[in-house]
Each structure stands twice: as structure tokens, then as C-alpha cells.
Design a protein around this ligand. Structure first.
Ligand code: IVH
Length: 671
């Protein structure tokens, strides 16, 4: 078979298996077989670059991380929904609809599961995915195209879809499994757990590194087509539109139902309130929409919500469970957080044996006592929490809980600053801090040292082989092989992983150090701005704060961390061990911002630089860069092969255009 044919065959196979896996949850081949197909395709494309196309399944992960997100305008505002919490609210909604339409009988609705994720707007032009944007403030969102392309449930091209430009809206979400996996990683790293799949999906989608986003295992369900003004007619009914979407190859959540009247809607809500635990993804309610689009038109919208739809929110699921003990976990920053150890109990489809208890004051205020039955809740299917005791009699014969005065690990006194709710172990060599700190350092999101999970970290810290993060780089294969459950082969594998991590990007190290408040994104922003660990270390509080996205709390935390002599020592030792501490400075240092308040749009290639570089230059001078021309645009920068529509719009709105010379003059001499 000639390569072009094999490539075509592989692409078709991969697309089919992606669809089976992500849209129908019915895989026919194993992950390894899938990877083998993908690897063969990658190899063939690498040796025949002329045959590479942007919609090839290998092109889901764009190469280099983007430098930030440009904001883009939505074709129509993305509204949110009014809420209904019970049957009465639903009937009141139906009454408003009937009144608005001047009809006696309850109309036809479509009820869909409300997916607990992040709303997304995908733009397809001539059948190709050209843009993915977050909801943002409803009018403008962030352009996350590169990340959206990594979501396997989002087709890169529509097989039988329209050729005209259309916007398809829906929800990007994390399956229950993927959400649990991310939280296990958070826990292993001593990081606070994500509260719900929505925040987690949003966090993943806003990551600057598409390769990392791809690993999160995000998925998507789509539920709406928006045709821009002047586009072709869509179907007159929502139900028909959902069927169209599916026929185009989009993932449509299959449990939606056409409901004739509000009684059928109420049945649907009650049914799924009880059944939702069995779904592979989290749902926090039901979205009820008028089926007839002409009726929707007549009702219109308020400034915030459409009058033709509402969201029914499921009540939180509650259960009783025996609270065995209240234990205290010491995180890597020393924060002492109590948590509940429970008799394993099934709530909303998952078995719960631990639950959060908020802070010590809360436990005392609610008078929760170990050894008694408590009520636990999964609200909106988030991490379970203890609501309170079943028996609230203050004279019940059980000892009240008191916050331990000493660290359960190193036995030093715990402290609580007056203005904080959190107790901390301030012993800088508390073994728990080192252990959690090392788990975080080695975790996938940070230095990504495969094999250095919870159990190896426990052995390394308990045996005294690792007393500081830098000791990791002085481990030997012999020392590792001497540990339990560690053969020669696995020891060699871990050693090679450690060695590989020396070459990691600077942001991974900055994140791995475990500086308070410095998350993945904060570390990326710091690395992009300063370029090296030494520059971050040398930056004053003011200089830190001048960096876009770095606020006073983060600046203060970074300064405090680097001011500590033992941390400076650690950096020196890591540097001496050959870790990469100098990278590429991707953002010019903040200087005066003469273009503050101005907004530019770039179309076409600006000679001599990438579009991102041109964008950064403008942003460094304080300007905003957006991707579509509106009344608010200050100027349109026109490079080689500009897009016709942007030029036309700018001309129509009387917005000045700048050619290459004009652009260079602007950045050299902004005023
Ligand atoms: S329709 C104007 N359908 O819920 C109608 N939204 O609280 C727009 N959501 O921002 C939304 N599942 O992100 C719709 N099946 C579904 C949904 C859904 C989840 C989200 C969406 C929206 C929010 C409103």
C-alpha cells in the first residue's frame, strides 16, 4: 500500500475508535492498540510531511505552549440560565412561558442533563474546526483553540456537517474517573483537592501547555448550534438540531428527552435525580428548553437569561455515616487540616470513606464528635463533606472534639496566626512536610518523575535517604534497589526518570518547589517573564507584582520563600546537581505601558515575527490584543495575506489600519 493510502486508512481507523471511545463509551480496541495506530500514523507523517493535514488526529496537540490567551468575541452572547430548585419553581417557569406566549396548554420542551463542566463555543468553517473559546464574561471569551483540539470528543472536522461558518456550543467536562484521578494526584502532592469537575475542567482548559491538557482526559458534550446572521436556516425544532449535531459527528449526550408539557419534564427531573449516580460524568441538574425555536424568538431574553429555558438543580445527596475518627493531615506548607474517617458509605454513586470537615472552628461550632453518626453530603457531586451530627443533644455521652495542640507527625506545637483560620506546623524539617513536598515535586504536573509516587516517597523520607528535595539528585541505583518492592530494574528506571527531570522546563521546577500560592499557571507566568530561577529570586516584591497575573499575595509568598536561607541553599544544590534553572524569557520585562486602554487586532503574518511575538510586544506596552474587529478596536494591524473579513469590517467601522511600517513605528515609538 502506498503511504498516502495507509495514512488515510489509519486516520479513518483512529477517528472511528476515537468516536467509539469518547462518544459512545464503547471501545473496541485496547489503549495499547490505539496507541500503536497513532504511532504508526505519526511515523508515516514524519517521513511524508507533505501528506500532513491540520485535521489529522495526530494534530490534536499543537507543538509549543501558547504564551497566553487572546480574548475573542462570541457570535452571539453566551447567556447563563435561571435556576429552579423544586417542582413549584418548574411549574412557575412553565406558567411564565405560557403567559409570554399567550397559550393555555403547556408547550413542548426538551430536557437535557446539565453537565457539570465548562461551557465552550466551537467554530467550524467549511467543516473545519477553526476556533474554540471559553464563555468568559458571556460576550468575550478566551481563545483556547489549541487546548480544545486536544479533546478527543471534539471532531477536528465535521464529516457531514454544514460548509457555512457555524458556532457549536456545549460543555467540556471531566469524567468521574478522570476527576478522581486528578484529585488523587492533588492529594499525593499535598495540594488542596478540586471542589468539583467544573473547576477542574476549567483549570485544565486554561493551562498554557496543550500537551498537558491532552493528558487530562477532558471530554465534551455539545448541545446548541448558533448560526451567524445571514447564515443558512437551521431546523425549526431543538430536538431536530440535536439530531443534526449527532449526524455531523458531534458528541451529543444521549439521555435528552422530548417532553410534551411540564409534567413530563418533572418526571424526567425526578428520574435523573435518583439515577444520576450511574452516569460516567457528573451532572448537577437538568436544563429545560422550549423545543420550538420560533416560540423562543417570541419570548426573547432578559439581560442575563433566556426566558425560554431554565436549569433545575438537583438537591445535594445526603446520607448518614459513622464517623470513626477525626484525623489531621499536614500538607507540604504545614497547614493542618482535619478530615473525617468514615465507615465506607455509598453516596451519589461512589463509596465515601473520607470527607472534608472545613476548619477546626467549624467542627466545634457544629459540635461534631468522633464515634457518632453524622450526615454527609455530596453537593453538586463535589467532594463529600460532613454536614453535622445526627444527634445534636449537647449532653450526649461522647467526648467533644478538640483540635490537637501538636503536630501529629513531628509533635511540635501547632500555630495559628490571628487573622487566619488555618493551623500550621512551623517546623521546617517536619517529616510530613518533606514527604508531601517531595510527592508534589515528583508529581506529573511538576517534575514528572515517574515511579516516584506515594509509596517510594514514604520509603525515601522514612529511611533518611532524602532529607531535602536536592537529595533526590544524589540517589544511587544501589541505594534505591535496597528499598522494599524495588528491584534492580525498577531502580534503574527511577534513576533514569530522575536524570531526565534535570532537563525539565524552568516552570516545572518553580512549581515543584512548592512555594505557597504558586500553582502551575503562576509558575509558567513567572518563568515566561523572568526566564530563570535566579531572576525570580532576585526580583523585588514590586517587580514581581508588576508581572501580569501576579498579585500581591503571590508576590509576597515568592519573596518570603526565596528570603529563607535554607531555600536559597536548596536552589544552589539543585543547580549544582545539574537541573535546568535558566530558560527562555518569553515576555519582555514590564516597562512603561503607553498603550494601556488601546485594543488591536492582528490579521495576516507580520514579517519577521510570529503572531504571538507581535501580540506580546503590544501587550508588553499595555495594549489588549483581540481576534475580532469591533467598535472598540483602536487599530487593525495588517500583515501579509490578511483576512478579508477583518479588513472589510475595519473599513466599515472606520477603524485605522497599520501596515508593517506602521506597526514597527507603533512599537518603537508608542504614544
Ligand atoms: S444551554 C441559553 N444545556 O449550564 C442556554 N447549558 O447555568 C445556554 N450547561 O452556561 C445553556 N449543561 O455552561 C445548556 N445541556 C445543557 C447544559 C448547559 C450544562 C451549563 C452551561 C451554562 C450553564 C448555565
Amino acid at each position: 500500500m502506498i503511504p498516502a493510502e495507509r495514512i488515510d486508512q489509519l486516520r479513518q481507523k483512529i477517528r472511528r475508535h476515537e468516536e467509539l471511545y469518547y462518544m459512545h463509551a464503547a471501545p473496541e480496541i485496547s489503549d495499547a492498540e490505539f496507541d500503536a495506530l497513532m504511532n504508526e500514523l505519526k511515523a508515516l507523517e514524519a517521513s511524508h510531511p507533505d501528506l500532513l493535514t491540520p485535521d489529522s488526529p495526530t494534530q490534536r496537540v499543537g507543538g509549543r505552549p501558547a504564551e497566553g490567551f487572546v480574548t475573542v468575541e462570541h457570535a452571539q452572547p453566551m447567556l447563563s440560565l435561571d435556576n429552579a430548585y423544586n417542582e413549584d419553581d418548574l411549574r412557575a417557569f412553565d406558567e411564565r412561558v405560557r403567559k409570554g406566549l399567550a397559550i393555555a396548554a403547556s408547550p413542548s420542551y426538551v430536557a437535557e442533563l446539565k453537565i457539570d463542566g465548562l461551557s465552550i463555543a466551537l467554530t467550524y468553517d467549511r467543516g473545519q474546526l477553526v476556533r474554540g473559546a471559553t464563555r468568559g464574561d458571556g460576550t468575550r471569551g478566551e481563545d483556547v483553540t489549541r487546548n480544545v483540539r486536544t479533546v478527543r470528543a471534539v471532531p477536528l472536522s465535521l464529516e457531514h456537517g454544514p460548509q457555512a461558518r457555524v458556532e457549536i456550543r456545549g460543555e467540556v467536562y471531566l469524567s468521574k474517573k478522570a476527576f478522581e484521578r486528578m484529585n488523587q494526584e492533588q492529594e499525593a502532592a499535598g495540594e488542596p483537592l478540586f471542589a468539583n469537575p467544573r473547576n477542574t475542567a476549567a483549570g485544565a482548559m486554561r493551562n498554557l501547555d496543550p500537551a498537558l491538557v491532552a493528558k487530562r482526559g477532558l471530554s465534551a458534550w455539545m448541545y446548541q448550534v448558533v448560526i451567524p446572521e445571514g447564515g443558512p436556516e437551521g431546523p425549526p425544532l431543538h430536538a431536530a438540531m440535536l439530531q443534526d449535531l449527532k449526524a455531523w459527528g458531534m458528541a451529543v449526550e444521549p439521555h435528552w428527552r422530548h417532553c410534551d408539557g411540564i409534567d413530563a419534564v418533572i418526571d424526567f427531573c425526578n428520574e435523573w435525580r435518583d439515577k444520576r449516580g450511574a452516569l460516567a460524568f457528573e451532572t448537577d441538574g437538568v436544563v429545560i428548553k422550549l423545543n420550538d425555536l420560533a416560540q423562543r424568538e417570541r419570548l426573547g431574553t432578559t439581560s442575563k437569561f433566556p426566558r425560554w429555558a431554565t436549569a433545575f438543580k438537583f438537591p445535594a445527596e445526603r446520607k448518614m455515616a459513622m464517623l470513626h475518627r477525626i484525623e489531621v493531615n499536614i500538607g507540604r506548607t504545614g497547614a493542618a487540616t482535619p478530615f473525617a474517617r468514615l465507615e465506607p458509605t455509598v453516596v451519589a454513586g461512589s463509596t465515601i470513606s473520607m470527607a472534608t470537615l472545613h476548619n477546626p472552628d467549624d467542627i466545634i461550632r457544629k459540635d461534631i464528635r468522633p464515634g457518632e453518626l453524622v450526615i454527609i453530603e455530596k453537593a453538586g457531586d463535589v467532594i463529600p463533606r460532613v454536614v453535622g451530627p445526627v444527634n445534636t443533644d449537647p449532653d450526649r455521652p461522647l467526648a467533644r472534639w478538640v483540635m490537637p495542640t501538636h503536630c501529629p507527625v513531628c509533635n511540635r506545637p501547632l500555630h495559628k496566626p490571628d487573622d487566619e483560620a488555618v493551623w500550621r506546623c512551623e517546623n521546617s524539617s517536619c517529616p510530613s512536610k518533606l514527604r508531601r513536598g517531595l510527592e508534589h515535586f515528583a508529581s506529573r504536573g511538576a517534575m514528572n518523575i515517574e515511579g516516584m509516587g506515594e509509596s517510594l516517597v514514604a520509603q525515601l523520607t522514612e529511611s533518611g535517604l532524602v532529607k531535602s528535595l536536592a537529595d533526590v539528585y544524589h540517589l544511587t541505583a544501589e541505594a534505591l534497589a535496597g528499598l522494599e518492592r524495588m528491584g534492580k530494574k525498577s531502580a534503574a528506571k527511577v534513576m533514569s526518570e530522575i536524570d531526565k527531570s534535570r532537563g525539565n522546563e524552568v516552570w516545572r521546577l518553580l512549581y515543584g518547589l512548592g512555594i505557597r500560592h504558586v500553582g502551575e499557571r503562576g509558575a509558567q507566568v513567572l518563568a515566561d517573564h523572568f526566564g530563570s530561577v535566579a531572576e525570580v529570586q532576585a526580583a523585588s516584591r514590586d517587580q514581581l507584582q508588576q508581572v501580569r497575573e501576579i498579585g500581591p499575595v503571590l508576590a509576597e509568598a515568592v519573596r518570603t520563600w526565596f528570603d529563607e536561607p535554607r531555600n536559597r541553599d536548596l536552589i544552589e544544590r539543585l543547580q549544582a546537581a545539574g537541573l535546568t534553572t535558566v530558560g527562555e524569557r518569553k515576555v519582555a520585562p514590564a516597562g512603561p505601558q503607553p498603550l494601556l486602554g488601546k485594543t488591536y487586532v492582528i490579521t495576516g503574518e507580520v514579517p519577521g515575527m510570529t503572531r504571538e511575538e507581535a501580540q506580546q510586544k503590544l501587550q508588553a506596552l499595555g495594549a489588549k490584543v483581540t481576534s475580532s474587529v469591533s467598535k472598540k478596536t483602536t487599530g487593525l494591524i495588517v500583515g501579509a495575506e490578511p483576512g478579508a473579513s477583518k479588513l472589510e469590517k475595519a473599513t466599515a467601522l472606520g477603524i485605522p489600519t497599520l501596515d508593517e511600517e506602521g506597526f514597527v513605528a507603533l512599537i518603537m515609538n508608542p504614544s
